[in-house]
Write a protein that binds this ligand. Structure first.
Ligand code: FES
Length: 139
């Protein structure tokens, strides 16, 4: 299905990924418009419920982008986020949904190009997987 444009939700820590998205913008780096960003004070605040609800509400892919390991401003927020992402992956697999629809990334605020790369990487991955089986209509 080559006209498929995935809807992807990115939960981004304001100290790193969100700042990196800003930097990518200032650097005029293009990244797919498929990615909608939700800013968080730290990825430790993301909840399993948020990730599953995004999928349930029709997102084809979801990712969490937090500070580099050891750089979280709240110590272990990004480690907690990774565990939650792993849990959601397992849950999706049990439900027969591709766990690759959910991912965790770590980056710094200086990594604008990496932010753009991740957005492209996830968009390509989800395009390959096709629409989420949960998605019923255009969301
Ligand atoms: Fe960025 Fe915790 S402050 S992941």
């Amino acid at each position: 299905m080559d006209t498929f444009e995935p809807q992807i939700v990115a939960f981004c820590c304001k100290y790193c990924a969100y700042a990196a998205a800003d930097l990518a913008g200032s650097m005029r780096l293009a990244y797919p418009p498929n990615v909608k960003i939700v800013q968080l004070p730290c990825t430790g605040r993301v909840d399993i419920f948020h990730l599953l609800t995004a999928i349930e509400d029709g997102a084809d892919g979801v990712y969490v982008a937090g500070c580099l390991e050891g750089e979280c401003h709240f110590m272990k927020g990004n480690f907690r986020a990774r565990k939650k992402v792993e849990y959601v992956k397992k849950t999706l697999a049990e439900l027969g949904i591709e766990p690759e629809r959910v991912e965790m990334y770590n980056l710094s605020s200086a990594m604008g190009p990496r932010f753009a790369e991740i957005a492209q990487e996830m968009t390509d991955r989800i395009k390959e997987l096709g629409p989420s089986p949960v998605r019923t209509e255009t969301v």
